[in-house]
Design a protein around this ligand. Sequence first.
Ligand code: URA
Length: 166
Amino acid sequence: MVFGEGDLSSPILFVGEAPGAQEDLQSRPFVGRSGKLLERLIFEALGLNRGDVYITNVVKCRPPENRLPKPDEVRSCSGYLKDQLNFISPFLVISLGSLATKVFMGRDVQITKCHGEIVQSELALVMPIFHPAYALRRGLVAQDAIRNDLIGAKGYLQEIGVWNFE
Ligand code: URA
């Protein structure tokens, strides 16, 4: 099981999809290739190390062959995610990719259209961004989009006075 890790008092909670092979081996979220990219973009855009924020996934166990988690798997893990959300109580949830965005928005959204926007859902204040695995496949334009969205998130949190990192 890959529960999540980071600073429990972070105002930002990153939520991905599900652990992959590396994550499964190390019991840590986002430690494979997409994790390395996420870590770099967090540093470049926010000036933070991964341990400064909290990082988790919708689904806590690796789906076989890295397939998309099934609705019943999402449901099985939803109690853990809600507990994490309540305990950390972040100002902003950054949902990585379509699945996490759907879970936090409560509906299907097109991430190509809504990435970088901040939306109040029933669960949380949410900013969807591209999943780093997608950005690895799509290249620099998608990586730039993630970086810009994260810069926007930092600006927003600074503006409302909850950026407590410096
Ligand atoms: N992709 C995810 O969505 N989560 C991880 O932890 C690793 C890769």
